[in-house]
Write a protein that binds this ligand. Structure first.
Ligand SMILES: [Zn+2]
Length: 163
């Protein structure tokens, strides 16, 4: 990341290293005050570095909050397009609002996942018994996300198949 504060901190650190070498090799014995100045500069560098780190952390927090806000806004928009309905077997699912024009085919959303703010489309699945002799209507709506399996009857099955 191109960050001016970090560049300044690195440049200062480099200059201080050179200065330390210079003081040690040539001037320290004659001019002890130069060592004090060096120490002061070192402290300034620590402050700049700490400030930079704090800014970076604040920036990360702001970015995380911004992402969450976008997620929330997206969910709010998605949520407004669906309503809870009861299928003929008493099963509750979210269905697209009748007023909402959509090019998508009829689909139902898992109510369990919907409460987690996730749009998970229920998939029509035929659950066959091992012997295949069960008299029960074998079609279910399965949620690929939370693995909920909802039994439906012929009317709901037809609705999904024809629209
Ligand atoms: Zn689900």
């Amino acid at each position: 990341m191109n960050n001016p504060a970090k560049k300044v901190s690195e440049a200062l650190s480099e200059t201080l290293t050179k200065l330390r070498g210079f003081i040690k090799n040539t001037l320290a014995d004659d001019k002890p005050e130069l060592t004090d100045i060096y120490d002061e500069l070192q402290n300034v560098l620590y402050l700049v570095t700490a400030e930079y780190a704090a800014n970076q952390e604040a920036l990360n927090t702001v970015n995380n909050l911004r992402e969450k806000l976008v997620e929330l806004q997206n969910w709010k928009e998605t949520k407004s397009k669906y309503s809870l309905i009861k299928l003929t077997m008493g099963v509750l699912v979210y269905a697209p609002n009748k007023t909402h024009e959509s090019p998508e085919p009829l689909h139902w959303i898992c109510a369990n996942c919907f409460s987690d703010q996730k749009k998970s489309i229920l998939q029509l699945q035929k659950h066959e018994t091992p012997d295949n002799r069960s008299r029960e209507w074998p079609y279910y709506l399965d949620c690929p996300r939370c693995k909920t399996s909802l039994k439906i009857d012929t009317k709901d099955f037809q609705a999904l198949r024809t629209q």
